[in-house]
Design a protein around this ligand. Structure first.
Ligand SMILES: Cc1ncc(COP(=O)(O)O)c(C=O)c1O
Length: 484
């Protein structure tokens, strides 16, 4: 087993080069049947790699050949016992982790700003979520995931919890103190699951924060496609645990994945691992330098700024500096508006935006000219838009929520009904409602609707603030559990 080999990628590539006649799926038959304009743009080669399960290229569901070897090399690269290739992103990793670690009725401590796929995992696994409210930082206009102290307190209140689920890094690149969190979990025999969708590269450079596997997480999911060089949807779930049974993980991974995985995605995971091990440190060194130079230039501008690693360390967290969160509040425009200007006028697309910030993320393929394009565009915008500061404030409403029904039971139940907001007090929510900002659900299926929650939602509706989950142009009704 050598890291300069990529057994799956090499097998699929050789198969493609051999121009084998296809009497298997997919139907485009080595690209011949692909829409002409698409093929003209892409060329035909890659379609020869779009194969299906047969002995030469191995099976994702029962790997015995090149996929098995490629997964073993992935596990070696991260220093874990087992790694599983995924073709549905870290979304499926979150479902896999909860379903592998827990049984229906177990409770799990989760930060309320977890990615929406976590809720899918909660429903599929049948766990009771114990929500931790993220912390708001009104100086940086971002949210912080669970701190060790919050997790310790939650475990004191709910000692029966089976697992702790942490998102690290967040969208902004902020990582939690996973070493401390692991200590807390280990001392109490709790499983630590980490959504590390944004951190597949952390392990490959010393100047990046401690990764989940290095901190000793029992399981973590990584979007190899987000930062390293896998194609979109290419992710991995890693396992290193005495508390989770590998046979169960294998079953769950198989249960949740297609029987027709895309071999280009699978091959790209194998090639991305080889690249990360052999060249990751050198490439990341460069990317870190570009990002830090960009941050420095941005912080010399008048109306935009980007927090530094020291800013985040001072708050008890760490930062992956390859992610630039650019605060634009002093321009007088929202992050969304600047995102549009950047895309339309400067042909620069960022990863995400909210009222306060843009998030520009770098990856293994970022180069200096791209970074200069972003920073030059921001400098131009900084010059042109000097509007007064907006008085938006990032805050989480002080609402107490109580889960009275398991989200899975709500999902499976036959009966729900829509009621006017004013009639919803005392009922159980059958839907998730998430206002942006702050992007934290006010209600989750299974939670009791209180008068305070209704008043808060009605106020948002009066102010024309759109709530994700609302039906129609205004939030006038809410879906609740119908009496059984
Ligand atoms: C924190 C977090 N977890 C999970 C996911 C899902 O990852 P994927 O897009 O690879 O399915 C995302 C996607 O943006 C995310 O931000």
């Amino acid at each position: 087993m050598r890291h300069d080999r990529a057994p799956l990628f090499e097998t699929v590539l050789n198969h493609a080069k051999n121009r084998v006649v296809s009497f298997h799926t997919p139907g485009h038959k080595n690209g011949r049947g692909i829409d002409r304009r698409l093929r003209q743009f892409t060329g035909r080669n890659l379609y020869y790699m779009d194969v299906t399960v047969f002995p030469e290229v191995d099976s994702l569901h029962d790997p015995v050949g090149p996929i098995k070897k490629a997964q073993q090399l992935m596990a070696m690269a991260y220093g874990v016992e087992h790694s599983f290739f995924l073709v549905n992103g870290s979304s499926v990793a979150n479902m896999i982790m909860l379903m592998s670690a827990c049984r229906p009725g177990d409770s799990v401590i989760i930060s309320r700003n977890a990615h929406k796929s976590t809720m899918a995992g909660v429903i599929l696994s049948g766990v009771w979520p114990i929500w931790i409210q993220p912390k708001v930082d009104q100086n940086l206009d971002i949210l912080f995931d669970s701190s060790p102290e919050q997790i310790e307190e939650a475990l004191r209140l709910f000692p029966e919890a089976k697992a702790v689920f942490v998102t690290s890094p967040t969208y902004n690149g902020v990582t939690a103190d996973l070493v401390k969190i692991k200590e807390i979990c280990r001392a109490r025999g709790k499983i630590l699951l980490v959504d590390e969708a944004h951190g597949p590269h952390l392990k490959f450079h010393k100047d990046l924060p401690v990764s989940a596997v290095e901190a000793g997480a029992d399981m973590c999911g990584q979007s190899t496609h987000k930062i390293l060089s896998a194609l979109s949807q290419g992710s991995v779930v890693h396992l290193q645990s005495d508390l989770i049974d590998v046979t169960r993980v294998r079953k769950v991974v198989s249960l949740l994945q297609t029987t027709s995985p895309n071999y280009l995605i699978l091959s790209s995971l194998d090639a991305a691992r080889r690249q990360a091990v052999l060249e990751g440190e050198r490439i990341l060194e460069r990317v870190i330098r570009y990002a830090e130079n960009a941050r420095k230039r941005i912080n010399q501008m008048k109306n935009v700024n980007s927090f530094s690693r020291n800013d985040i360390l001072a708050r008890g967290y760490d930062l992956d500096v390859t992610k630039l969160t650019v605060n634009v509040t002093r321009t007088g425009l929202s992050g969304h508006e600047i995102e549009d200007i950047l895309a339309e006028k400067y042909k620069v697309q960022v990863d995400a935006a909210d009222l306060f910030n843009l998030i520009a993320i770098m990856g293994i393929g970022s180069d200096k000219s791209d970074v200069d394009r972003l920073v030059d565009a921001l400098a131009d915008i900084d010059h042109k838009y000097k509007g007064g500061a907006q008085n938006w404030v990032l805050q989480i409403p002080e609402l107490t929520t109580e889960m009275v029904m398991n989200p899975r039971d709500v999902f499976l139940m036959q009966k729900s009904k829509r009621v006017p907001l004013s009639k919803a007090v005392g009922q159980i929510s059958a839907q998730t409602l998430t206002p942006y900002p702050p992007g934290i659900p006010v209600l989750i299926p299974g939670e009791r609707i209180t008068k305070e929650i209704v008043n808060y939602l009605a106020d948002l509706s009066d102010k024309d603030i759109r709530v994700v989950g609302q039906e129609g142009d205004a939030l006038r009704t809410i879906k609740v559990v119908a009496a059984r």
